[in-house]
Write a protein of this length. Structure first.
Ligand SMILES: Cc1cc2nc3c(=O)[nH]c(=O)nc-3n(C[C@H](O)[C@H](O)[C@H](O)COP(=O)(O)OP(=O)(O)OC[C@H]3O[C@@H](n4cnc5c(N)ncnc54)[C@H](O)[C@@H]3O)c2cc1C
Lengths: 998, 415
């Protein structure tokens, strides 16, 4: 059984007990435990079920590479599925539940899949469930989905907050083991800005466990000193619990810091995402041990040898009373000796190598531990826990030589450098035959804009196994990234190691029966036989084999399984490992929370709400809002128990009869200024703006290069070299960018400046027959039609507030749009309301605005246009200069399809029965096209109930529309039937234009 | 070839699966083929398949520079829908969708087409009007869609947050027979069927030059030697510009990186596909349980298949607003693919300036759903030398005439 040893555990505080709950049972742990070590200390080895066969799963690792120990952690708003027990630090009150089983962890019905496993080999679902057809959606798929998936879906809203840091550093060092500490020390001495991050809560990495001598002191002491020295450097920042998640182009790196997961505290952010710009990135990410592929290697109790050692040294936890060590290298002997020294039994070390006589091997032998060389594990015995192993000759097929009783197996298949961050941005790998590992190829690094490499692997991550080599490498890399000469290297003493023997199958000639029990990917249940099947079926590319078998696609992304899997593939297709290659490494290194990716931009902060100076008044006055871009504009102002529709009707009639007030502040306002401004605007607009007299307004259309109408608005010439361009609300930023695009990329030598002053002014439209009276009451300037005729503008004051008044109209009524400084917007609005009270003034919203303009036949960008409409389609030829030699879109509008007489053109539409045509309706043509679709001849673009006329009115684009006045054609109603619609003039109200002067 | 079925699996189980045949052969190239298709993505393989199946042209090679299905076909988010606005789009996407309905049986390979329903959320008044318009258009095009209210949205997808502070859900365009399929299986299923018809799929074989005589194609150079052909089909997505260059013409295409990501797998919680175009993100849950998430393209042209992280941030933010529960999930993996974008965001299936050479590209961010229909139409074009009704409007010359097929009208995100 696994239990807490009487002594040891460098990371735990035995004086501080902590109680955690797992599957409803309480477990005692200590401060400093991980959830894994706490569970193991209480003999809870079984922690979950695998994905496909629902096999019992125990903990196999001690860090981020753990594939099995995943739990539903916490509750309610603090719930997290798929939390790794090996990296979850305990705190009082932690609760966790195991995943992927029903009804319980011990008795899981899904385990029937194990019995059926021979019917469920890799890719079985591609070959089955083909008939009957409808069964896939309704029967097979729901069943497969239900039995797949791991943790539960969170139900409650996330209770936590997240934040993001932007950091700019010269050197980012990822990994706080010996290599990272030393590289940071060396680089830090140069005075450069250095950030050193470590994913776990502790510094020192493996060395802290294996404890070699450095500079004559135990490694643990050296580590402590190194951290102190780093902390004393003002230019160096240190962060634990911060995982280097990804490396991107241009030295951009991502790190994920867990701030309160280990000690939840209300009010503090849970995670922090670091967005780092680094000049150079040093990856000191160490190595991960590989499992060995022998039959039954997935039975709980089989664990990585280094993990067994970690649990003993770091947490004072023994995995078993009797632990068989199985290995192909010297390092695992350390585990045997640690266990032996802790008073535990190591019945044998099974070493696949025929020769093994390194220093560690000799030391183990000297302790009296039985070492069996040239041997292998034929199979592990046990169900939910290891009960023993059968050993055999490694060179053979697996016939048993001896059974050894044990309750744990510590395995080591060698080590793989953690090359993820090196590879994310294109760093290449080479296969090191001698060390049996892929390591970074220093000659093919990820390169920055200058063509030079910007990622530097160091230590274990660079394929170094010995402490002395690691430190030498770290000093060299630390010096080179900070442009110094390498200084003194700490002197390390650790044991000489013998050569590794690559072992991809154990025993080497294992029978199919054994291979069907050798797991490569524990979580996804991919076995050696699955990869071999994939290869036989032609899925020979490493990507095909991965996808066909799902090898390496689990939550650990193949940290334990990938190399073993591709080695098996290499054997199966008889191609050397380096030619098989690896699958692509993608960020993040280990999964990071979505919450951290979103940061603070959630809820109200998701996207800022832009507010006009009058927004507060709207909110207090019954406004129903609609989002328009980032703004929220009042759709209508509801009075009493009115519906929105009733409110709109009232607002329309009030404008037509009395006077209405519109907050038009959201309209885009771009100032275009400079000696070439006129010429510039002549290119942007379809008509001529350079000839506009100062003080005059002109309606303008803007098209893109393809000729399509993209925006419209009134342009005012404010001075000889200054124009003010109004854009649509949604268009302000887009059109500003459009102007800058042309100025910066094409006409960079033109002397023009553009300033977006949209938010500098509040703009208020006073509209209706009584509009002039309101302004006259406000007093301050002459707004008579003689002094301020239609389409002119004047500066002055109104009601004591500096104002620029435009005589423009989007409703057909007498109308003034008045711009005042934003700070005066609310005061001016209030003044208008007060002055207008006796004239029946009422505010109106966007929907009323739409109805008013539709009654008058004015187009609206986004309604009459959709990116496929040219001004000519909208009968706006009058706003297109025939004289200009060029403007944006001119050539586009001359293309054959654009001048096709059959184009759909704008007309007014009226149902014969007076009803409102549904939004989006199409005019049905006769017959069907070659693809069997019903032919169409037009569509509605704007459709409203007109309170002024008491009936539905609409505009639409109809094939040859203007030539077909009076014709009645059917429009779709949306329910399979049609409504008869007459083609009419698009101006429904005041065709003569008598109203606009009041 | 031995057929796949539950009985075949049972039979093989008894002999430890030692009797399965290769899904596709791995032949050396012949000297000459009637037709060469460049690119063994979904579109290239489907083209070959229908050349054989519909037109009896089977002396065909499909040349792939990497591994088949390894381009965008193997990295997309697998949304299948046909609720497009313009007639010509709706026709080809609906053709594809309806072929997907029976594709597993047709190919004898389970592509896991799952018509679980696709909804596109309307979160502004403008979007409501746009989607209502699409619904009207779809009814005339024979595509089954419906505009549904927020109540129905919530019913179909309980994890959705209907009244978010920024953009409340006002309704949705709902296509009940849209859904997803397993992307790899689509490529593999077509590859197996093509190989079975005697076609040669040649992987690790990059085309490096196109040869011509008298204005007609005569063959290609590849990393596996020279190969002659009567007809050439170029179906290489993000690398279309490169191949067009070899064939001596230019294309109105830009190559951009489109990214996607998945969460760790969780138990089923979402039975439909949801696209939220105002906030720019979409999500579905795979059969494995992970949430499959995507957003928009990078703003600059490139070939790196990596992309910039701030797009991932924007997408995740958008989706946390829409599905607050994902805040406590973790991102497992992110990736990118190079998508081939035309000016009107619609594809090109076309004759080219070079005789007997045809191109199929421009599927951009949304061509997975089109694979069967596109292959069908492209095969028709290659077999007859003239486009049929499905392909006719997608000629590359439409840009010269201004005859765009603009879909951005209806959908900001066109996956
Ligand atoms: C992140 C992402 C998400 C997406 N989501 C969706 C979605 O949800 N729904 C949807 O419908 N679509 C989606 N798409 C789009 C879809 O993936 C593509 O439109 C579609 O897969 C394109 O298929 P293809 O066969 O044309 O291209 P690919 O699959 O890219 O195939 C082209 C092939 O050509 C090969 N090739 C290139 N050059 C050469 C050469 N010189 N010689 C030989 N071979 C060559 C390439 O190696 C590649 O295999 C998405 C795309 C991405 C990147």
């Amino acid at each position: 059984m696994s239990t807490r040893l009487a002594r040891g555990g460098r990371l735990i505080n035995r004086r501080k007990a902590v109680t955690v709950t797992f599957n409803g049972r309480n477990y005692k742990g200590f401060e400093g435990d991980t959830l894994a070590s706490a569970l193991l200390a209480n003999d809870q080895m079984l922690v979950g079920r695998s994905f496909k066969y629902h096999r019992p799963r125990g903990i196999v690792a001690s860090g981020a590479e753990e594939p099995n120990g995943l739990v539903n952690l916490g509750q309610g708003g603090g719930f997290e599925p798929n939390a790794r027990v090996t990296t979850t630090e305990v705190f009082e009150g932690l609760t966790a539940e195991s995943q992927n089983h029903w009804p319980s962890l011990e008795f899981d019905v899904g385990a029937i899949n194990t019995a059926l496993s021979r019917f469920l080999p890799a890719g079985f679902y591609y070959k089955m469930f083909l008939h009957p057809r409808s069964f896939w959606k309704h029967v097979y798929e729901p069943f497969i989905r239900q039995s797949a998936g791991l943790g539960q879906a969170p139900k409650a809203r996330d209770q936590d907050t997240y934040e993001q840091f932007n950091a700019h550093v010269d050197v980012l060092v990822v990994g706080g083991g010996l290599a990272g500490l030393q590289a940071a020390l060396t680089a830090g001495q140069s005075g450069l800005r250095v950030l050193l991050i470590e994913q776990s809560a502790h510094w020192g990495g493996r060395a802290a466990v294996d404890d070699p001598l450095i500079d004559g002191t135990p490694a643990e002491f050296w580590i402590k000193t190194a951290v102190q020295r780093l902390a004393a450097l003002p230019n160096v920042r240190l962060r634990t619990r911060t995982m280097g998640a990804g490396v991107y182009d241009h030295g951009y790196a991502l790190a994920h810091e867990r701030l309160t997961d280990h000690a939840p505290e209300a009010g503090k952010p849970r995670h922090r995402l670091w967005r780092i710009r680094a000049g150079k990135i040093v990856t000191a990410t160490g190595m991960i041990e590989r499992p060995l592929s022998f039959a039954g290697n997935d039975i709980p109790g089989v664990m990585l040898a280094s993990a067994v050692r970690d649990y003993a040294v770091d947490f004072g936890v023994s995995i078993g009373d009797r632990t068989v060590v199985v290995t192909n290298n010297d390092d695992a002997y350390r585990t045997a000796m640690v266990l032996h020294q802790a008073g535990l039994i190591v019945p044998a070390i099974i070493d696949a190598r025929v020769q093994a006589d390194g220093a560690l091997v000799r030391a183990a032998r000297d302790l009296g531990i039985r070492v069996e060389t040239g041997r292998a594990i034929a199979r592990v015995k046990g169900g939910k826990r290891v009960t023993g192993v059968t050993i055999c000759a490694h060179a053979g097929e697996g016939s048993g030589l001896e059974d050894i009783a044990c309750d744990a197996v510590a395995m080591s298949g060698g080590w793989s450098p953690v090359v993820h961050l090196w590879s994310h941005c294109g760093g290449k790998l080479i296969w090191d035959e001698g060390l049996a590992m892929f390591r970074p190829d220093a000659t093919r690094p990820p390169t920055g804009a200058d063509g030079a490499g910007f990622v530097f692997p160091v230590g274990g991550a660079n394929g170094m196994l010995r402490t002395a080599d690691v430190l030498t490498d770290a000093v060299a890399v630390g010096a080179s990234v900070s442009g110094q000469a390498a200084g003194d290297v700490p002197v390390a003493v650790d044991s000489e190691q013998g050569a590794i023997l690559p072992v991809w199958l154990m025993p080497q000639g294992a029978t199919l029966k054994l291979r069907q029990k050798m797991w490569l990917d524990y979580q996804n249940d991919v076995k050696v036989s699955d990869v071999q099947l994939a290869a036989r079926e032609g899925y020979e590319s490493v990507e095909h084999a991965k996808r066909y078998t799902t090898l390496g696609m689990a939550t650990d992304q193949g940290k334990l399984s990938n190399i073993n899997g591709l080695a098996v593939l290499s054997g199966a297709i008889n191609t050397p490992i380096p030619q098989v290659g690896t699958t692509t490494f993608r960020p993040p290194y280990t999964p990071i929370s979505m919450g951290a990716i979103a940061g603070v931009a959630r809820g109200d902060l998701f996207q800022p709400v832009r507010k006009t100076p009058i927004h507060g008044w709207h909110e207090a006055s019954g406004a129903e809002f609609e989002p328009v871009g980032l703004w929220r504009r009042p759709y209508a102002f509801l009075q009493g128990h009115e519906s929105a529709h009733e409110a709109v009707n009232r607002e329309v009639l009030n404008v037509r009869r009395n006077v209405g007030l519109l907050d038009a502040s959201t309209l885009g306002k771009l100032i275009v200024k400079g000696p070439d401004a006129g010429r510039f605007l002549d290119m942007l607009y379809t008509n001529v703006m350079s000839t506009l007299p100062v003080g005059k307004c002109r309606y303008g259309l803007m098209c893109n290069e393809n000729g399509f109408l993209i925006d419209d608005g009134v342009v005012v010439r404010m001075a000889e070299d200054t124009w003010l361009c109004h854009t649509t609300t949604g268009g302000a930023d887009r059109i500003h960018a459009h102007m800058e695009d042309w100025l910066q990329c094409e006409w960079w030598d033109w002397k023009v400046y553009v300033a977006n002053v949209t938010e500098q002014y509040a703009q208020i439209a006073v509209v209706g027959p009584n509009a002039r009276k309101v302004l006259e009451k406000l007093d301050g300037m002459d707004v008579t039609k003689e002094v301020l005729p239609f389409m002119t503008s004047a500066d002055g004051t109104l009601g004591g507030i500096a104002a620029r008044v435009f005589r423009i109209s989007f409703s057909g009524e007498l109308s003034y749009e008045i711009a005042v400084p934003a700070s005066q917007g609310r005061a001016f609005w209030d003044a208008c309301l007060a002055a207008g009270a006796e004239f029946g003034i009422q505010p109106y919203g966007t929907e009323c605005l739409h109805v008013l303009r539709a009654e008058k036949g004015f187009i609206m960008i986004g309604d009459e246009t959709d990116g496929t409409v040219i001004p000519q389609d909208l009968n706006l030829g009058w706003a297109i200069s025939k004289k200009k030699s060029d403007y944006l879109g001119k050539r586009g509008q001359e293309r054959s399809h654009m001048v096709d007489p059959k184009r759909w053109k704008l007309v007014g539409l009226e149902t014969v029965d007076g009803s409102v045509i549904p939004d989006g309706a199409y005019a049905v043509g006769t017959g069907t096209n070659a693809n069997g679709q019903k032919n169409t001849q037009g569509r509605v673009t704007s459709t409203y109930f007109s309170p002024t006329l008491g009936k539905g009115i609409a505009m639409g684009l109809v094939e040859r529309g203007p030539e077909r006045m009076g014709e009645v054609i059917p429009f779709t109603k949306g329910n399979g039937t049609t409504v008869d619609v007459r083609i009419v003039d698009q101006v429904f109200y005041d065709k003569a234009g008598a109203k606009q002067d009041g | 070839m031995k057929r796949y079925s539950v009985f075949a699996v049972a039979r093989e189980a008894l002999r430890n699966h030692m009797g399965w045949e290769r899904a596709w052969r791995s032949p050396a190239p012949k000297v000459r083929y009637d037709a060469i298709i460049v690119g063994a993505g979904g579109h290239g393989l489907a083209t070959a398949y229908y050349l054989g199946k519909n037109h009896g042209i089977r002396n065909v090679a499909i040349l792939e520079k990497g591994w088949l299905g390894g381009g965008n076909t193997g990295r997309n988010t697998t949304i299948i829908r046909s609720n497009y606005l313009q007639d010509s789009s709706a026709a080809i996407y609906e053709k594809a969708r309806s072929l997907y309905e029976t594709l597993s049986q047709d190919l004898n390979y389970n592509v896991m087409f799952s018509p679980r329903g696709v909804m596109m959320l309307a979160q502004t008044q403008h979007e409501i009007r746009g989607y209502k318009r699409t619904a009207h258009a779809n009814a005339l095009q024979g595509v089954e869609t419906e505009f549904i209210g927020p109540g129905r949205v919530k019913e179909l997808c309980p994890i959705i947050h209907i009244d978010g502070p920024r953009y409340p859900v006002l309704g949705a365009l709902w296509q009940p027979r849209g859904g997803t399929a397993r992307h790899d299986a689509v490529a593999w299923g077509y590859a197996r069927a093509c190989s079975d018809m005697g076609m040669d799929i040649i992987q690790q074989c990059e085309v490096t030059a196109v040869h011509q005589a008298d204005g007609k194609v005569t063959g290609v150079s590849t990393t596996k030697g020279e190969i002659a052909c009567d007809r050439l089909g170029i179906v290489v997505a993000g690398h279309s510009g490169v191949l067009a260059n070899m064939a001596g013409f230019r294309l109105p295409i830009e190559s951009l990186c489109l990214q996607a990501l998945v969460s760790e797998p969780i138990k089923p919680c979402m039975d439909v596909v949801v696209m939220a175009n105002t906030v720019h993100g979409y999500m579905s849950q795979s059969d494995k349980g992970d949430m499959v998430i995507g957003g928009g393209t990078d703003g600059f042209n490139n070939y790196t298949q990596r992309g910039s992280f701030h797009h991932i941030e924007e997408t995740v933010r958008a989706l946390i607003e829409t599905f607050p529960m994902i805040s406590r999930l973790k991102m497992l993996r992110q990736w990118g693919g190079i998508v081939d974008m035309t000016g009107d965001r619609s594809p090109i299936i076309s004759k080219t300036p070079l005789g007997n050479t045809y191109i199929n590209c421009g599927w951009g961010t949304g061509g997975f759903k089109a694979i069967p229909g596109s292959g069908w139409a492209m095969a028709d074009l290659m077999a007859k030398g003239e486009p049929g009704p499905l392909a006719e409007e997608f000629s590359m010359y439409r840009f010269r005439e201004g005859k765009f097929i603009d879909e951005s009208v209806a959908a900001g995100v066109a996956h």
